[in-house]
Ligand binder design. Structure first.
Ligand SMILES: [Zn+2]
Ligand SMILES: [Zn+2]
Length: 348
């Protein structure tokens, strides 16, 4: 199937228009015409080969929203015209114990990511900065037409990445929860934790974000350079979601956990995290991590968002402004996620 999008051809150059082929849809496949594609910080890491092993040409994008234009004969979940969404993975072996448990993101064989990966036939996958995508229906989600579909796109990565650990560690009424960093991930973690009924403390380096954090649901905001303000919360949190993707000191957050509390990393700093043993030995604390969510939980999150009217805070941009958007994401100068309006993709 003919596809058209924007691709990086090496780690230094700007993304440029790129014509390529996707597989012809099989019996279980859904063809999604892409309307909106979110810009995730990990797109930039991979375009620039900052994690190593990048495959070029690379069409990034794993926060994909559009509508169905064709379905294979065995598809049951979708019909032509339905709104649909695709996230970070497009396949897994479906038979290992983790897949059977609905945790395809932790597939033992290795899930196939939406771009910058080889599928099980050895062909590169291409993501959402393009006009269409072909995906097995198991990895395609239904979305509610009630929500602003551009603002739904970031739920497919930033949304599920924060929703899943908050659910796993049973955050809810009576929990005291911290969210570290108010960016693409952090603002979704804040919205979900608030919606689940927790008492939420937002940690930020920037005084300019205090008002926004409160508007998005924070009960308290702590500016992290204020050591006295941090110390006031020592030993008091049940759970802290660390959404920062730049190197930072996790010990100052571990020390805020109460007995059996957990600090969960969802950001991906490029350098190893250094932990003072006393930070975890005291109060029998856990340092954990979590990556996206399974297909069932991703659908549950999208349904929850429709029911509770939760979407991402976005700035809509156009495909010809990618370079500018990337620079602003790297500087954390976006409130809080860029989404590309794919109608701006040239028609030919
Ligand atoms: Zn992402
Ligand atoms: Zn598996």
């Amino acid at each position: 199937m003919k596809s058209f999008g924007y691709a990086a051809h090496d780690k230094k150059s700007a993304l440029v228009p790129f014509r390529f082929e996707r597989r012809e849809p099989g019996p279980k496949d859904v063809v999604v015409e892409i309307e909106f594609s979110g810009i995730c910080h990990s797109d930039i890491h991979q375009v620039r080969d900052e994690w190593g092993g990048s495959i070029y040409p690379m069409v990034p994008g794993h926060e994909i929203v559009g509508h169905v234009t064709a379905v294979g004969g065995a598809v049951t979940k979708f019909k032509v015209g339905d709104p649909a969404a695709v996230g970070v993975i497009v396949d897994s072996d479906r038979v290992c114990e983790n897949c059977v448990a609905g945790e395809e993101q932790y597939c033992i064989k290795g899930a196939v990511e939406t771009y910058n990966k080889l599928d099980y036939e050895g062909k590169p996958t291409y993501g959402g900065y393009s006009n269409n995508i072909v995906v097995d229906e198991r990895f395609v989600h239904t979305i509610s037409p009630k929500l602003n579909s551009a603002a739904v796109a970031p739920l497919l990565c930033a949304g599920i990445t924060t929703y899943s650990p908050l659910r796993h560690w049973k955050v809810g009424e009576g929990s005291k929860v911290g969210v570290v960093g108010l960016g693409g991930l952090g603002h979704m973690g804040l919205k979900f934790a608030h919606s689940f009924g927790a008492h939420v403390v937002q940690f930020t380096t920037s005084e300019s974000k205090i008002a926004d954090a409160k508007r998005l649901g924070a009960d308290e905001v702590v500016v992290t350079k204020d050591a006295a303000a941090l110390a006031k919360h020592a030993g008091s949190f049940d759970f802290i979601l660390d959404c920062v993707s730049a190197p930072h000191d996790v010990n100052q957050y571990l020390n805020l956990l109460r007995l059996n509390g957990t600090l969960c990393l969802v950001g991906l700093p490029e350098t190893p995290v250094s932990v003072a043993p006393f930070s975890v030995v005291a109060n029998r604390r856990s340092l954990a991590g979590s990556g996206i969510g399974g297909m069932k939980e991703t659908q549950e999150m999208l349904d929850y968002c429709a029911e509770h009217n939760i979407v991402s805070e976005i700035e809509l941009t156009s495909i010809d402004k990618l370079a500018e958007a990337y620079e602003r994401v790297v500087k954390a100068d976006v409130k809080y996620r860029f989404v590309i309006d794919m109608a701006t993709l040239p028609k030919s």
